[in-house]
Design a protein. Sequence first.
Length: 430
Amino acid sequence: MIEATLGFIAVFALALLRVPLAFAMGFVGFIGLGLVRGWPATAANAAQVVYDTGFAYTLSVVPLFVLMGNFVARAGLAHELFRAAYAFIGHVRGGLAHATVIACAGFGAICGSSIATAATMAKVAYPPMKRLGYADYLSTGVIAAGGTLGIMIPPSTILVIYGIVTETNIGKLFAAGVLPGLLCAALLMCGIAWITWRDPAAGPAGERSTWSERLRAVRDIWGVALLVVVVLGGIYGGVFTATEGAGIGASGAFFFALARRALTPKVLFEVLVESARTTAMLFTILIAATIFSSFVNFTTMPNDLKDWILNQGLSPLMVVGAMMLIYVLLGTIMEELSMVLLTIPVFFPIVTGLGFDPVWFGVLIVLVVQIGLISPPVGMNLFVLNTLLPGVPLRQIFRGVWLFVVMLVLALMLVLEFQPLSLWLPGFMR
């Protein structure tokens, strides 16, 4: 217990010194395990972790879904999703902002990355909102918050990694993310309605589209809609595994981009390099977190902490609520994926020991990651927008995101209290 506590302190100390958290976790985990278990065994364990992670069949789902998202993004789907959403809702007050949330949800269904979703929608949605006279704080707040839907609406890289680390069924995790994802989108749109009600000039209405324009906009997105239905429907229906579904999705996205003449040899090379870079980053974090987890588990800290909490007489829901509060606070100062992998070895045994469903806990994890992605001062989506939109002051981005943070906290409270929101759909799976 003492050794693990010192290990966590060391990781946080290195993070404060601006050492990347992946390296901090890997270094502390290796040194700690060497001190308590011996160096030969530790070296063998580290080598085995690297080998197992690199050659794990189930982990191939990560690069395949990343590749799928990159192919479809290069095919220009984000623009067409935005246009289709705007055709139906653009005429209401704040219509462009509402269309941005809907497009983010649609793009999240083939991307799986919050940062990629936010970055893509910044290029697609911000210019028309600027032309129509939207306030910068509303435009950037909506894009940053809508981008977080990329990791809740399946497929989700966070849910994939959580499922692999905790040995939870990935297909059920994907099914569990659907209703909470739609709930988040609805609450974000409620936030837009509140802002534009209080300040109508912040989000003026656009022009009403004709039904022929709406039908034309829908026709432009049928190909990818079909791809999403086939991939996710096949996974939910048990026709194929998540890894097989990712392979079908990546292949389908490739042919979709090819058919639209969006792939030149140069673009194809850029897509492959970008996908490889993202995958390497995720695998590095995962390897480091696994080494650190081995150290924490060897010290028996998870079981000791679980026994101590169970003896305190607290209600199980209060314990999980306290964990969520810790995650929200950590999300304001830490990179989100590293935060999750750092704490899972401690929190997961407690949650399962209390009798909760690991699928439900996985959805809660994604919700707190969503909150962390847009929580100042280190929310990643905020700095992505600050980089892509240099003309917008960072203080305006911070100002615009706070109401949407509140909306996501409300979503977290609802999923925490009403477990069927995340467990109803997985209950239909075999």
